[in-house]
Write a protein that binds this ligand. Structure first.
Ligand code: 7PM
Length: 279
């Protein structure tokens, strides 16, 4: 079986086995009141820790896409993300992904050494296709309906898997029309984005159907509500559920796994890998 390869202008990543993308939030949290420099430093140290634990990619996000969250102003998002990106670029060879829908940030981040654009809005904002095209970077397109603040009202489908596939196919075509080669694209079904528990389980169960799109798959279920619904656990106690869910996704062929808890998933993948190589 031939493997996919992620190709950025200055590096390549062979997707011969599942790769871990560690989540680095650069949003202000209620527990740290040490100001901007403190938060920047914390995000940086957290990112390095995730890399040491086994993350091949680090996903920096400065906009809270939490259901019900309000949109972050463009400049505020850039002020959060760019300093962390610049500092992190000096310290690591890991892939740095930028979780953004903001065309201005896409351009600025690419100029500061980012390797990948992760857009939960699949380049739907005005100017995003053009900005992403100009960066030359690989891009992850995710399925969602509506906006994070109101998307759960749109969690209704005739045929969920077919609709997710059709949506991603139409975004691939929009990218191609904007001059973004298909080889630059990663695809994500968007767990929890305009989806209820039953939808999320259907998607995980039928993840293999998305391989027909012919691109590598990224999945993110880390600590999400679906895991709380299945285990009855609050968000801070969902690590085992997260590890398990992502291991199952890897088993169904997901090449990239976006998680908060890197070390646990790394161990799980080691066991799976050992068995895979024995087959
Ligand atoms: C609150 C709730 C904050 C949910 C953040 C989130 C994905 C993503 C996010 C995903 C890709 C989270 C989400 N989720 N990017 N960004 N795929 N590609 O749980 O599933 O991290 S934000």
């Amino acid at each position: 079986m031939p493997f996919f390869e992620l190709l950025a202008p200055s590096r390549r990543l062979l997707l011969d086995r599942p790769k871990i993308m560690g989540i680095v939030n650069v949003t202000p949290d209620s527990f740290s009141d040490g100001g901007r420099y403190h938060q920047r430093d914390q995000a940086l140290r957290h990112a390095i820790k995730l890399q040491q634990e086994g993350a091949s990619l680090l996903d920096l996000g400065g906009e809270s896409t939490r259901p019900g969250a309000q949109a972050v102003a463009s400049q505020e998002e850039m002020d959060r993300v760019l300093p962390v990106l610049e500092a992190l670029r000096q310290e690591t060879d890991a892939w740095i992904s930028i979780d953004t829908s903001n065309p201005e940030l896409m351009r600025e981040a690419a100029a500061r050494g980012a390797d990948l654009i992760n857009d939960v809005r699949a380049l739907s904002r005005p100017g995003a296709l053009e900005a992403a095209a100009a960066t030359g970077l690989p891009i992850c397109l995710m399925h969602m309906k509506g906006e994070p603040g109101s998307m759960q009202q749109q969690a209704s489908y005739q045929n969920l898997v077919a609709e997710v596939i059709a949506f991603l196919r139409s975004r691939i075509e929009a990218c191609q029309a904007a001059g973004i080669a298909e080889e630059r694209l990663l695809l994500d079904p968007g767990f929890g984005f305009a989806k209820n528990l039953d939808h999320n389980l259907t998607l995980l169960n039928q993840l293999e159907a998305l391989h027909e799109l012919g691109r590598p798959l990224l999945v993110g279920m880390s600590r999400k509500k679906m895991l709380g619904e299945l285990t009855g656990r609050p968000v801070e106690e969902r690590e085992v559920a997260s590890v398990t869910a992502h291991l199952l996704a890897a088993q169904k062929g997901a090449q990239l796994l976006r998680v908060h808890d890197v070390a646990g998933l790394k161990d799980a993948l080691s066991i799976w890998q050992a068995l895979t190589e024995k087959e």
